[in-house]
Design a protein around this ligand. Sequence first.
Ligand SMILES: NC(=O)c1ccc[n+]([C@@H]2O[C@H](COP(=O)([O-])OP(=O)(O)OC[C@H]3O[C@@H](n4cnc5c(N)ncnc54)[C@H](OP(=O)(O)O)[C@@H]3O)[C@@H](O)[C@H]2O)c1
Length: 350
Amino acid sequence: MKKVKVGILGATGMVGQRFIELLENHPWFEVSALAASERSAGKCYREAIAGRWKLESSIPSAIGALEVTECVPELDCTLVFSALDASIAEPVEQAFAKAGYVVSSNSRNHRMEKDVPLLIPEVNGDHLAIVTEQKKRRQWKGFIVTNPNCSTIGLVLALAPLHKKFTLKKIMVTTFQALSGAGYPGVASMDIIDNVIPYIGGEEMKMETEPQKILGRLKNNQFVMADIAISASCNRVGVSNGHLESVSIELEKKPSLDELMDALREFNPLAGLNLPSAPSQPIVLREENDRPQPRYDRNEGNGMACVAGRIRECPILDWKMSVLSHNTIRGAAGAAILNAEYMKVKGLVG
Ligand SMILES: NC(=O)c1ccc[n+]([C@@H]2O[C@H](COP(=O)([O-])OP(=O)(O)OC[C@H]3O[C@@H](n4cnc5c(N)ncnc54)[C@H](OP(=O)(O)O)[C@@H]3O)[C@@H](O)[C@H]2O)c1
């Protein structure tokens, strides 16, 4: 199969680096263009990223030699992954979509728009149908598809099978979010060592709104939001990667613990599609009292699975549990790549 040429916008950031790592030797996609700000443009990638490559893997040699360009829609590719800073993502992503590129974006800017899918293929693959409307309404040759915020995605992936079977009514969630979620250099070391910061700008609002869209329905080209009350409290902790969340839920139907655990274990809607980045088990259930933990569990399913555990009765709502997902893989670059793979099998990327 001839590989699809892809570009990365924001290739020098924390998420951009993950795209490069995850796309090395990808069976369907080949990185042919890298773009970032004018600070990096004109340099080869290895020079542009000097001192800022923060992954344990090495920079792939072919990528190191590629020239970084500015983010203008003249890249040699048909699909772009966007890991752009939110301050610039909106006009840049729109320019690429208008010029005919498929844009698979991580940025928050277009997530809640009424003609843009906020996609988790295991959960709401049918929402992709809205891109026909998006192209028509905006007179674009290409289109934009987004993935959720890094803390939303683990929460929704873990709760989607429960919503499907038992209908969610209320969610209370407290997060313990990793430093890489703030980009690089992110939070100053003097602020996070020996400390927890009980505020992440904009995060709670995203967690309280994005799930309703993802778990909602697409009806007559309109999103009907799921009727779920959500309260989120977001904290930054001194962990490198992996967002841990303590979640309490109220359900309309009242399942037993076994029924709840079976719903999580059996959930595997992409089985059979053979998407290269899809984990064999999207939700991994841990039964030990002290799991999941970021350091030990974040790489489950190559960082694409969400790990759930500590499922027990909640004296206020119905059930409570812990959920963990890798924020720059399942919560960012890996999610956008899985979205692109799903679009490819659905005939939207060629
Ligand atoms: N980190 C996470 O866990 C995570 C998870 C989900 C979503 N996201 C979202 O993904 C995006 C990237 O996050 P990040 O953590 O990778 O941020 P980051 O490390 O700060 O990287 C930002 C990238 O945007 C580029 N950029 C900044 N200003 C630009 C401009 N004026 N024109 C063109 N490019 C510009 C930077 O290029 P230079 O290097 O040239 O400045 C860099 O490549 C953000 O929208 C973020 O909210 C992040």
